[in-house]
Design a protein around this ligand. Sequence first.
Ligand code: HEM
Length: 444
Amino acid sequence: MPPGPRAPAAVNMLRFSRRPLETLRGWHARYGDVFTVRFLGFGTGVYVADPDAIRALFTGDQSDLRAGEANSFLEPVLGPHSVLILDGREHMRQRKLLLPPFQGSRVAGFREVIREVAEREVEEWRPGTRLVLRERMRALTFEVICRVVFGVTAPERVERLRRALIAVIDSSQLLMISGVARADLGPLSPGGRFARRLRAADALLEAEIEQRRREPDLEQRGDVLSLLLGARDEDGREMTNAELRDELFTMLGAGHETTATGLAFAFDLLMRNPDVLTRLREELGGDGGDAYLDAVVKESLRLRPVIDAAERTLTKPREVAGWRLPAGVKVYPGIALVHMREDLYPNADRFRPERFLDDGAESYSWLPFGGGIRRCIGAALAQAEMAEVLRVAVRSVELRPLRERPDPVVLRGITLAPKHGVPVSVQRRLGSVGRRAAALAAAG
Ligand code: HEM
């Protein structure tokens, strides 16, 4: 096995969860592009920081790699049909069904809805108020998923889904780790409460799916659920209610907190880099298009990746970055490690969106969404969402960070997140938020 830190697995885990980026950077500097780490509860894994080795891993034969297995602890919530949990043929079947609604052309059609949701949120940000941006962004990204993925727009139905689904997600974090804690020992036990919440959420999703099947305008609708109802696999089979339920939960689970966290990080970076913020405002005010806005999103996801590494388990021995690794070992294509490389990103710790303006990035140098046959299905949606929310907020309000220094990056569950959630105060408004606000103002 490649060399790596010798500390006990619990110590590695503790260091990594408190200061993930600094810890990874330290290991990389000491052991090089390939190193082995033992983590408490996660076994032995080999980090890879070399983009060519990562390309070989993502593009070569995938039959001896498993990714779903590592997510099996999510099964109690996401269900057995979830694309995140499956491997092999079943994974490819679900993935092929899910991909078309998330293609660029479809996502372009979601931008208007995202802008509307963002305008409504930012309208509420009054001068003098304090906000924890990650919390506000969680509310916003939930609503976006409800509308563009579930296709639910009526406020009372969005609210009902919010209460039911967030209750499951929030109570599942600890319970998913331990089968014992999950055991239903009566209505007052944590496991009992969880089972009840899950049943309530499932009933709501089932009702939405059934109602949608009967909508007379189903074929004209553009939301993801409606498109999935019309999708057929290679054998002409449609998706069952159980599959749809699991994928709806999966898209919510994979797409709501991740995007909210990415946005909170982006706001923090913009507030700490006034030159970038000024240029972004100028570009948005001019007619230069969205190139700089998109570069801000990319640079933010580079410097603050929400997922530090992808994960693949070897089912057979395989050569990875010059090492013959045995079956059973986990390989971590090191997203954060690649993003911090000085040879790819000079002054890598600086927030410089300009680096994405000229020549973009080599495809295996920018990896916030992983790669290959497991690359994030929602990548285009997440980037569009981040861009539209930043556009609305940057144009309409001035925010001031409440903490002196950038929010430290810590491990939350399986994601990297700002420790304090990026608390800010609203300084002043910069004019009307958008068309809706302008219409309201005109109406008196
Ligand atoms: C900033 C936001 C997001 C980030 C950073 C992110 C990141 C990732 C990463 C790193 C993976 C694993 C890729 C791999 O193993 O190679 C992934 C998978 C996935 N993501 Fe995202 N994601 C985001 C938003 C979304 C959204 C909005 C959705 C859907 C609505 C979504 C749905 C999924 C799904 C379904 C998978 C599993 C794909 C598969 O296993 O085939 N994600 N995401």
